[in-house]
Design a protein around this ligand. Sequence first.
Ligand code: ADP
Length: 488
Amino acid sequence: MKIALISAEAYPFSKTGGLGDVVGSLFKDFLKKGLDVTLFLPYYRITREKYYDRVEDCGILYEVSIGGISKFGGIRSAKAQLDEDGNLVLTPSKLGNIFFVEHNDFFDREQLYGTNYGEYLDNAERYIFFSRAILEICKILNLRFSVIHCHDWHTALIPLYLKTLYKECSCFEKLKTVLTIHNLGYQGVFPKEKLELTGFGWEMFHIDCLEFYGMINFLKVGILNSDVVTTVSPTYAKEILRPEFGFGLDGVLRKIQDRLIGILNGIDYRIWNPEKDPYIKKPYGLSNLEDKIKNKEDLLQIANLPNYLESPLICFIGRMVSQKGIDLIVEAVPTLIDKEINFLFVGTGENYYETKIKELQHRYPSKVSTFIGFDEALAHKIYAGADAILIPSKYEPCGLTQLIAMRYGAVPICRKTGGLADTVENNITGFLFENYSPDDLVTAVLKFVEIYKNKKLFEKIIYNAMKRDFSWEKLSLKYIELYNGLHQ
Ligand code: ADP
């Protein structure tokens, strides 16, 4: 069984959020389990800067026509292996198990998808090129896979390319396709004029194919044309069949629901391990939980809130976008500010939400600290130092934050939706609230504060949370079962 994972990002090569974490961890876990797996990624500037000396130019030039204009691309490759400690080690190789699609105009940019002011205007072109480049590379190098596993809208045209433009190509015989939806809120919707760039004809511009309310929709194409569609938690797999969560695709998903399944994400327990985390002040585990406080002390210093060791420290870390419930936080914090709680908010996102969060700090400088930016090391310190992590999402396909938080004994306070509902047990491993309302959030936080004050009860929750197993080691078996099932 030969598996290809195709994604717009994968940690440690590129990452903006959960997609990168998930694909990177899956790849590593498959390698560990001895699966024959190949990863395809764009060769972004950030990837080149970090890995240029560990990849080899395959010396192949291929052509992709984008709207009648020839675009030539390159390909870099490396052989990825795990060392004794489970670290990913890359060796340059012309025919390795990682391929980076190279096209400087498209991928040699500061960011992956866009700037603070919006998405890059040529994202359709960029990911059409990426998708077709992979199929060209498979043809040239005669790479034959049993399953191509596409992730999110960026790669969702591939199943349709395989049924049309690449139908006659012998290297794709007996191939099955899987598409994973990591977040239905991002579908790759573009003006219909962009159809010309895909290589598909206008006869495909209809409601059972590319058309979506007069536009074209990449994710819809993937949903309709993959052998199996997965999403990242069982609850989210049910929620997206409803108009409230479907972002206009619930009808399409209901149509294919017999081949739609929810597989819960895991986290990499080597990267997220409080006992051996190089980023944190003092490693700790269940046997020396008392050392967690040293990390809280450290985090309070970093956050410039040094005198509040006794008060509960509640943190938010994530993208500052409407999905993550920032507006609930903004409304709830003033109500909670007299309750001897300290808050630390970290993330990047839309200017509007970043500003709202910064305003909280200006209003309550002795209680609220903020950091606008993406900082991997700080993320580790937050999980290790926080008493609780706030995740009041409007919707949450799976969520990794609560899984990491539980691993570090930072109690998650979450809205009961999607993967949050599947992974956090109310009053046992964290706190859940039902309605998307600031009042419900306040109630959940106050419940947490009450428990926090009772050392024994609080430690019991931390203990329960840290004992849960959300490792990929266990959870990736579901994907392997799925791949095997496709070829029976
Ligand atoms: P999403 O994929 O919707 O952004 P997830 O909860 O699935 O949310 O994954 C978020 C991941 O990104 C977690 O690993 C989280 O720690 C990390 N993360 C989010 N924002 C930041 C940030 N500002 N700095 C560092 N890591 C971040």
